[in-house]
Ligand binder design. Structure first.
Ligand code: ADP
Ligand code: MG
Length: 703
């Protein structure tokens, strides 16, 4: 046990203040015409039903702060085209607003869309709301996430990831299906939500111009931007001065504590805090810890389990559950279930649990103040994941997770002074990641000029130019009368729900007669890891994996694994023996089938290379030539185009090898810039793939 573990929290933490107040234009608060409470046009809520569970749900709905403002809210929203709605986390925005709109008849003219930045949020919210509405998931209330659509003709309230709504906008830029689009968790500023602001605004304007459109909802807001904490003025101005509705009232109070001293080691500090709480609080009060990524979380989970086993009698047993995006969804779901009686649930999560979702039982939040986020440098063309400080907005969101079901406590593992130095808002993702995907999508939507697209926060022109250059190199663009347009290849690329470079890989595969293999590889890269690596059984894992390992790299290794999986008929026991995540493998098969379907629709010939891995590697070299690195005389690696130092990630099968030239599919920045998922290629293939590109880069390097 770490030494400080016996110190009571009060000795180490200072109480903090509440979130800063906000300027508001309209208050919706207690006393303002509740359900059926006098407001003329407000339809009543359904009466509680006989089942005790249903009754409890209904009572819970009625006890939310938002419920008191229901009548007022609906009356306001009826008369607005757009609105910005802010309210404390837990007040009931995400689960209730769509239902109020539905109950108010707004979905008669079209579906109500609610976007979420994350897949797990979209699914769990749809499940919750369909429960509250006492309907089967996929009927009245449904969800759409990448590669999974649980909606039907009857669906009126649809939760979907922001990325999926953007995809839908490619086939119908007016979003005619929808009477209302709720852009939730706007403060997160994911790249997709940011682009959606522009797309939805344009659709709204166009629909107004086309006033005769039968589906135009005349009386209802088409766009509601929601969040607990956000730059209200920015959004209000962007939507032509949309009114800001402020929901008063937090459901439950939360106490916030800071450390007295800065913490050198946030992992150690988190561990100490968890066990302090564990030793003092009743076992029914669960803990949510925010860390940065899978490896850290798995390691911390193991340490917690080990320590928990050795605690003195009288300490309750601990159920430690990791939560991160690449964890299979079935395992993610475990965090939502209650712990067995007498156990304390400790959830160790990335920022995936920061917004939207409600995890039952959480009373304590331990916030390390760290997050892994994307950073992009248009000069080097490198997009890396790096660990950094959260913004104040994110910190408040994390704190809010402690007060969803009752009063809560948040321990911040940083001092109040440190907190004051955090960025106020999260820098929009659009300003810190590669824009190739977005530009391709905008062009597919036939946006006339991507350079002048009405972004809420403009990415730098360099950034846009870098993306255009990249798409150009992939053969997606043509320049027509000073206007950018998609080539036939570009249009085909946009049809795949994939990053442009992977779409291009699939399209190129027919030339190399290896579409079957490439479809498998791209599918494997599109879902969460199929490899299950329990740290406690590292040696066992290494020994069973040996038979799949290929000296040609990770992609070919994964391909071998998938093939054997298929040959065993998707056998679960085989997966267990080989430390393969069977659920994710099945998902790979599903994704693959969907991608294959898109190829067939394009009449692409689908051939197999029949064991010839060189053509597979050639295909990867020809499409991913912008993500390659070469061995340097001193034994290190540098990217081929801009000569940035990079290293092979320890998880790669090539970690102990020194191939002369590799293609990688992701970069991760921790102590160094690491390449993940590697494939050995021949440098000549790269020059053959993009001779002008490399000639130009060489010239720049020499100068
Ligand atoms: P907001 O969007 O304002 O943060 P939500 O509408 O998501 O709030 O949730 C409001 C409240 O409803 C939560 O604080 C919680 O008490 C309850 N709730 C929502 N989802 C669930 C769930 N899946 N299980 C249990 N309670 C839930
Ligand atoms: Mg919400």
């Amino acid at each position: 046990m770490p030494e400080e573990a016996s110190l009571p929290p009060a000795k180490r933490f200072r109480p903090g203040s509440c979130p800063p107040g906000r300027r508001v234009e309209m208050l919706l608060a207690a006393g303002g015409g509740g359900a059926g409470g006098g407001r003329r046009h407000t339809p009543p809520l359904a009466q509680p039903s006989a089942s005790p569970y249903r009754e409890a749900l209904e009572l819970q709905r009625r006890s939310l702060p938002i419920f008191r403002a229901r009548g007022q809210l609906l009356a306001q929203l009826r008369n607005l085209d757009s609105a910005v709605l802010i309210g404390e986390t837990g007040s009931g925005k995400t689960t209730q607003i769509p239902q109020y709109l539905y109950e108010g008849g707004i979905s008669r003219q079209g579906v109500i869309a609610v976007t979420q930045p994350r897949r797990v949020a979209a699914i769990s919210l749809a499940t919750r709301v369909s429960d509250e509405k006492r309907t089967e998931l996929g009927k009245l209330v449904g969800y759409t996430v990448r590669f999974e659509d649980v909606t039907s003709e009857d669906t009126r309230i649809k939760f979907l990831t922001d990325g999926m709504l953007l995809r839908e906008a490619i086939s119908d830029s007016l979003l005619r299906k929808y009477s209302c689009v709720i852009l939730d968790e706007a403060h997160e500023r994911t790249i997709h939500t940011d682009v959606l602001f522009g797309v939805v605004k344009a659709a709204q304007k166009r629909r107004k111009e086309l006033g005769k459109l039968p589906l135009k909802p005349l009386f209802f807001p088409q766009v509601i931007v929601m969040s607990a904490t956000m730059d209200v003025d920015l959004f209000s101005q962007y939507f032509d001065g949309a009114p800001v509705l402020y929901l008063e009232g937090r459901q439950h109070p939360i106490q916030t504590f800071y450390t007295k001293q800065p913490q050198q080691d946030y992992l150690h500090a988190a561990l100490v805090s968890v066990f302090q709480i564990h030793q003092e609080a009743p076992p029914s009060q669960d803990i949510l810890v925010f860390l940065t990524g899978q490896e850290e979380i798995e390691a911390m989970s193991k340490t917690c389990r080990d320590i928990a086993k050795r605690l003195p009698d009288g300490c309750p047993p601990m159920l430690v559950l990791p939560l991160y995006a690449s964890l299979p969804y079935s395992q993610q779901l475990r965090v939502f279930q209650g712990a067995p009686k007498g156990y304390r649930k400790v959830i160790i999560s990335t920022n995936i649990a920061e917004t939207s979702i409600t995890i039952t039982g959480i009373k304590y939040v331990v916030d390390t103040g760290m997050v892994k986020a994307k950073k992009y440098n248009p000069d080097s063309g490198l997009e890396v994941l790096a660990v950094q400080r959260v913004s104040k907005t994110q910190a408040w969101q994390r704190t809010g997770r402690a007060g969803r079901e009752g009063s809560g406590i948040c321990y911040r593992l940083y001092t109040e002074d440190e907190f004051e130095k955090f960025e106020k808002m999260t820098v929009p993702e659009i300003q810190r990641c590669n824009l190739a995907s977005v530009i391709l999508q905008l062009l597919a939507m036939k946006v006339p000029n991507v350079l002048t697209f009405d972004f809420v926060s403009k990415p730098s022109p360099d950034h846009i130019q870098a993306a255009i250059a990249q798409l150009d190199l992939l053969g997606a663009l043509e320049h027509k009368d000073d206007q950018l347009a998609l080539t036939p290849i570009g249009r085909k690329m946009a049809a795949f729900p994939l990053e442009p470079k992977f779409a291009k890989t699939i399209l190129l595969s027919s030339k190399f007669h290896c579409t079957e293999e490439i479809l498998t590889i791209v599918s494997l890269l599109s879902v969460d890891s199929v490899l299950y690596n329990p740290p406690a059984r590292r040696e066992e894992v290494q020994s069973v994996r040996k038979k799949f390992i290929s000296s040609e790299g990770d992609h070919v290794t994964l391909l071998n694994l998938y093939r054997t999986f298929k040959n065993t008929g998707g056998n679960k026991d085989w997966c267990k023996e080989n430390f393969v995540n069977s659920k994710n493998m099945l998902l790979v098969a599903e994704v693959r089938a969907q991608l294959r379907e898109i190829c067939l629709k394009m009449s692409m010939p689908i051939m197999s290379s029949r064991g010839d891995m060189e053509s597979v590697r050639r295909c990867l070299a020809h499409s991913l030539f912008m993500s390659t690195a070469e061995l340097q005389p001193d034994g290190t690696y540098a990217t081929t185009d801009t000569h940035q130092p990079v290293a092979i990630h320890p998880s790669s099968v090539l970690f102990h090898c020194k191939p002369a030239c590799v293609v990688y599919t992701a970069l991760l920045y921790t102590s160094k810039c690491y390449m993940r998922d590697l494939c050995v290629v021949d440098a000549e293939w790269l020059y053959e793939a993009a001779p002008d590109y490399f000639r130009r880069k060489l010239r720049t390097a020499r100068n």
